[in-house]
Design a protein around this ligand. Sequence first.
Ligand code: ADP
Length: 363
Amino acid sequence: MAKIGLQGRLFLSHVIVMVVGLSTLITVGKFYSPRLFVLHLAKLEGSGFKLGYVRYQLIKGFEYAWGRGALWSVVVGGSTAGGLSYLVARRIVKPLTQMEAITQKFASGNLSERMPANDIRELHRLAASFNRMAADLQGVEQRRRELVGDLTHELRTPLTVVEGYLEGLADGTIEPSVDIYQRLAKETRRLRRLVNDLQELSQAEAGYLPIHTQKLELLPLLTSLIQKFSDQLLEEGPELRLDCPAALPLALADPERVEQILINLLGNALQYTEQGSITVQAWSEAGKVWVAVVDTGVGIAPADLPHVFERFWRSDPSRDRSSGGTGIGLSISRRLVELQGGQIEVKSQVGQGSTFKFSLPLA
Ligand code: ADP
């Protein structure tokens, strides 16, 4: 079945159509036209014309002229049609072979290959959808590479610290002390947190985190969260407030995930707010429910704002690394919000505070 290629098939089908057409034309012409001509002559003779022996010459002449005409039309028509059909077949098949070559290059790892535009509509659509898929794959591959790169960097720092201390302890250059062991434990905790966060992040990014959306009443959830966090607040620390109307419409969301997002945002707000207040607000607007965590903390510089949701990003890596931040919390939060069909935004002013808000669809 697959012996004849598309180009051969197209060409062959054109040729067959042409042969059938020409042979019908010739057969019909060959048998029908001379007969009509003879009938015509007979009519002429009937109406009084004397044709005599010219009659034979006329019929011969007609047959000769017809034969010549037919021959040339077969030669000229046949070769023009054949040539055209060859060109058409090639024009359809060429982009297909080109596409095949490109997909092969793509499969062998050259992800920047793209299909050229095509003026045949169906092929153009095929090329466009291949290009979309290619761009998606390239994005995934790039993120994977970045993740591995970031990850090695993140793991190397605590490992180097632990290794340094352990070697120092082993050869006696470092005196064992409670402080040293505490530092070792701290680095190990950091590693464990990093691994936990990473697992969560990779699941969230791959879309494997199960999201069980349901009709969700936000007020009780927010109240209990504020309750939990109030216990962690220090005397001289910021004040924790809730600003949520009693008649808030139901959201369509997963309570556990919403809680996870808020724990992240509140945790950050607490960490970066020395004094003032942290307010959790909720309201509904344009078919969505919005929840915001507003703090009066250190704020985020305008240049840093676009990066806060990137994984491993911290505004001050050295300070935050020692405080145990992994820079993963906000990327997980963003994925969780997106998986529930919402969006997350940040506004901030250095020295004034930050507002992180996210939306959830209405139930
Ligand atoms: P981390 O685990 O380091 O907190 P996040 O992804 O939660 O990771 O936050 C990324 C960075 O964004 C933080 O390191 C911090 O620099 C900045 N950030 C997040 N929330 C706030 C906030 N409320 N105020 C100031 N900076 C913040």
